[in-house]
Design a protein around this ligand. Structure first.
Ligand code: KE4
Length: 430
């Protein structure tokens, strides 16, 4: 059942002449699953078709933005309609007010919001805002949580429960990293120890649900405890909801877990597949952002009409029944996976939260820490990924990434996917 991908190979060889690794973002290069990336020419609903004509059910979904599915008719029409009147004015336009209002109405902790062009810009700006608002310098991040590629966030976790950041990329200097402390996720004592021993901490930034190291859910009350400690030690809590915002619920993880952040970062879904990020907080905190306040942040195409139009249509379609449908589909997926998970207990774990899922090749019976994910067998994942491609299923090309359901996925898609998983595991784990 080999896959014919000669056209992708030709394109990849050409791409490597002009772009590092032939890609514009490293994880797309298939380095952790082997082989070369597939080149896609068409996406519609839950399907994507590559340049060799192979048709896949897609669960990468552009890494999260496409909660409606590929090329949603209404999103495409909105982009076309707006583009005919101009793609960017570099000046205010009415659409910005509409989408800003939608964000403010969805997140009680957000009274004002600033739009930027990526999740990285959102988290970078949120940290600068936290430092500007508190006058303090250090930041806490959590191992396994990814917040984009700003220098002070490309910082490695040490082996201890809490370590002062070591650069996690060439080009990030020790000075860039020295104000970043990395704390074990899901370990409240580790956070307490750092907060009680440092009085120069501006903020904690975290993914409320860790979605960049598999799918790691917060332990019961963990988020509440983090929030209480931040309040006690006068440290701002930043929830990076670039993935979870408008996905876990209309109000993201904050709505789902009932814990409110001081600053929230958003991205992906709010752009409907176009480049958008955002950060928001109370009016008091946001009053520090230029031009109202001294914290500078800017962007040529921030809030541009096209991305805003795609975001508005996407958020308009995310009504309560949409989340019900996503939950039903996710539950169905989990139910269909049950016999497989039981058969491969202590060899495979399947984790789902709302429309996000992850598969781990592990002998654990639950995953609550990054260290456990580090022990997962990524060679087996790579083999599994290839076998799934051969069966018409496109999973995110990395064992550390999660999968996404969309409103376009059907029960038939799930049935085909579970069959492919069953067949593939038969080979990988027999
Ligand atoms: P971008 O700068 O890639 O728009 O967003 C950075 C970011 C911030 N916060 C979270 C929680 C994120 O997950 C991300 C980006 N996510 C990755 C994959 N999980 C994007 C894929 C890629 O890097 O190509």
């Amino acid at each position: 059942m080999a896959l014919h991908t000669s056209r992708s190979k030709e394109l990849y060889d050409q791409a490597c002449k002009y772009m590092p690794g032939g890609v514009n973002s490293p994880v797309r290069a298939f380095r952790s699953v082997g082989g070369y990336p597939l080149y896609f020419k068409l996406g519609k609903g839950s399907h994507i078709i590559d340049e060799d004509g192979n048709d896949f059910i897609d669960y990468c979904m552009s890494w999260g933005p496409l909660i409606l599915g590929h090329a949603d008719n209404d999103v495409v029409k909105a982009i076309q309609r707006v583009a005919e009147n101009g793609t960017s004015f570099g000046a205010p336009h009415e659409g910005e007010i509409s989408i800003a209002r939608m964000v403010v109405e969805s997140f009680p902790g957000i009274e004002k919001v600033r739009f930027v062009n990526s999740g990285t810009e959102a988290t970078m700006s949120a940290i600068r805002l936290a430092r500007g608002y508190t006058g303090k310098s250090k930041i806490i991040k959590f191992d396994g949580c990814y917040h984009g590629h700003a220098d002070h966030l490309l910082v490695a976790a040490g082996s201890g429960l809490a370590t002062f950041g070591m650069p996690d990329s060439a080009g990030v200097t020790r000075d860039n990293a020295r104000d970043t402390i990395v704390v074990k996720y899901n370990n409240i004592d580790a956070l307490h120890q750092v907060l009680s021993n440092n009085d120069d901490i501006a903020c904690c930034i975290m993914e409320p649900v860790c979605c960049n190291y598999g799918l790691i859910l917060p332990k019961k009350d963990y988020l509440k405890q983090v929030s209480e400690l931040c309040t006690k030690y006068n440290v701002l809590l930043i929830f990076d909801e670039v993935i979870t915002g408008f996905r876990l619920a209309r109000g993201g993880a904050q709505e789902r877990f009932g814990v409110q952040a001081d600053i929230t970062t958003l991205g992906k879904i709010i752009g409907g597949g176009l480049p958008v990020g955002a950060y928001g907080a109370s009016s008091k905190i946001m009053a520090k952002v230029a031009p109202d306040g001294p914290v500078y942040q800017a962007g040529t195409l921030s809030g541009n009409p096209i991305a805003v139009a795609a975001g508005i249509v996407t958020l308009q379609k995310l009504v309560p029944s949409a989340y019900q449908k996503l939950e039903e589909l996710g539950k169905y997926f989990e139910e269909q996976m049950q016999p497989i998970v039981s058969r491969y207990k202590y060899k495979l774990l399947f984790k789902r939260l709302a429309s996000i899922f992850a598969l781990y090749f592990t002998n654990e019976d639950t995953i609550i820490s990054v260290d456990q994910v580090k022990e997962c067998n990524m060679q087996q994942f790579a083999r599994f990924h290839r076998l799934m491609l051969e069966r018409g299923i496109y999973l995110s090309p990395s064992g550390y990434e999660v999968g996404f359901l969309s409103l376009s996925h059907s029960k038939e898609d799930i049935d085909k996917t579970v069959k492919a998983i069953d067949e593939s595991l038969e080979i990988v784990l027999r």
